[in-house]
Design a protein around this ligand. Structure first.
Ligand SMILES: Cc1ncc(COP(=O)(O)O)c(C=O)c1O
Length: 417
């Protein structure tokens, strides 16, 4: 029989288990509502996605332009990332945290922290493994282990929760079910809650993971945005000898936030040579790293960019104060200023909604023309909150708060009438 005579079978019967196991990405779930409101010609103040609004500092862009015209930089660059960038990353660690890394074994450049974390999980996790992640969390912290086929267990993240205790409780829960936690993912200053932790608290949580025999992946994307100290603590500078932490831990730092380079897609991961090696190994199949001129510019930023990070941090503090005060003035109860990150994590007041964060966000978009990120997008533990990203200047923040104040005034007026 000729193939052309065989019955036609539909591709629709195939399932896509990985894609289908993932819930809609946290930041797109209200896109349709936004699109509908925008179509009416409304001006939405969008504080949803944490997409830094400022341009990359000019000297960093200049370095990109200088190196982009050099022909040899247009080629594939196999390996762990260009050596000057790995050296700059090692120097960044030495200066801030007094830790040394072997740039051949313990460091790898990634195409953003999201890419690095996802591919690390793909490299080291499989079906039957369990990863312990915060709830609520930045979506890839739960998404990366899921994409790798692993089970995800949650530990509670909130301002009043001690990280070491929450992680210990999570590990115990998994062990009681007869399994072991293979990887713990942490992130401080934390997105979305804004929680920052001290060096001692970091030490305690690292010890908990060490004792359990799990591996540790720490995301330090907001290393420059701890409003209580200049640099947020690193797992490699937490009171335990760095060499001990290197036995089971890796840390990823992104260029996106400190230097306003989110669209460039560049970050690095440092720590345990076996974990870094596994990530590098899988990446040799998947990519040749990011465009070399971006890497040269990133190296310049790491070596010279502290002042930009400090200016940005001041800007976020200012915006956080303006937003927290504005929301309180609008009648939004329970809003506190964050101690870090670029977000305000606000508990949903009854006057806005009693039906959870998706309903609250929809009301804010439709009736106040202010977009936020619904807490449910960060995990089930986030449904009591919405997240405001500090990506607008104080006048626009004030306008957003006025609009919210007018929305809150409606039920009050109705009740008084
Ligand atoms: C905690 C955290 N990690 C990582 C990222 C993204 O990093 P990158 O742009 O390098 O993928 C973000 C972005 O919002 C974040 O909040």
């Amino acid at each position: 029989m000729f193939t052309s005579e065989l019955p036609v079978k539909s591709m629709m019967s195939w399932s896509f288990p990985r894609a289908e196991s993932l819930p809609p990405y946290g930041f797109v779930i209200t896109d349709a509502v936004k699109a509908r409101v925008l179509a009416t010609g409304a001006d939405i103040i969008d504080l949803g996605l944490g997409n830094p609004d400022q341009p990359t500092p000019k000297p960093i862009v200049d370095r990109l332009l200088e190196t982009a015209v050099i022909g040899k930089n247009h080629r594939y660059h196999p390996g762990r990332g260009i050596l000057p960038l790995r050296e700059a990353a090692a120097a960044w660690y030495a200066k801030r945290y007094g830790v040394k890394f072997d740039v051949e074994q313990e460091l790898v450049i990634t195409m953003g922290a999201k890419e690095g974390m996802s591919h690390l999980c793909l490299a080291i996790l499989d079906r039957g493994d369990t990863a312990l992640v915060p709830d609520p969390c930045y979506p890839i912290h739960a998404g990366a282990p899921r994409i790798a086929g692993a089970d995800v267990a949650l530990y509670r993240a909130a301002l009043d929760v001690e990280p070491a205790d929450a992680i210990a409780e999570g590990i115990e829960r998994v062990e009681k079910s007869g399994k072991r936690v293979k990887l713990v993912i942490t992130n401080y200053p934390q997105n979305p809650t804004g929680q920052v932790i001290s060096r001692e608290q970091m030490g305690a949580l690292v010890r908990v993971v060490q004792r359990s025999g799990a591996m540790l992946l720490h995301d330090i994307a907001y290393a420059d945005f701890d409003f209580r100290s200049r640099y947020a603590p690193s797992i490699f500078d937490c009171g335990l000898p760095a060499d001990e932490v290197k036995e089971f831990g890796v840390e990823t730092f992104s260029m996106s936030k400190s230097y306003n380079m989110p669209g460039w897609r560049i970050a690095f991961m440092a720590g345990n040579a076996r974990l870094v090696g596994a990530l590098h190994h899988i990446k040799t199949y998947l990519d040749y790293g990011t465009f070399a001129p971006l890497q040269y510019a990133a190296a310049w930023a790491l070596e010279n960019g502290d002042r930009f990070a400090e200016e940005l941090r001041d800007l976020y503090v200012l915006r956080a104060q303006a937003l927290a005060a504005g929301l309180r003035g609008a009648g939004w109860e329970g809003v506190t200023e964050p101690s870090g990150t670029m977000f305000v994590w606000a508990p949903i007041p009854r006057v806005l909604s009693t039906k959870g964060s998706l309903d609250a966000t929809t009301r804010l978009i439709e009736q106040a023309h202010v977009a936020v990120a619904p807490g449910i997008g960060f995990g089930p533990g986030g449904d009591t909150h919405v997240r405001f990203a500090l990506i607008e200047d104080p006048p626009r923040i004030a306008e957003a708060c006025e609009r919210i104040g007018r929305l809150f005034a409606v039920p009050k007026r109705a009740a008084g009438a």
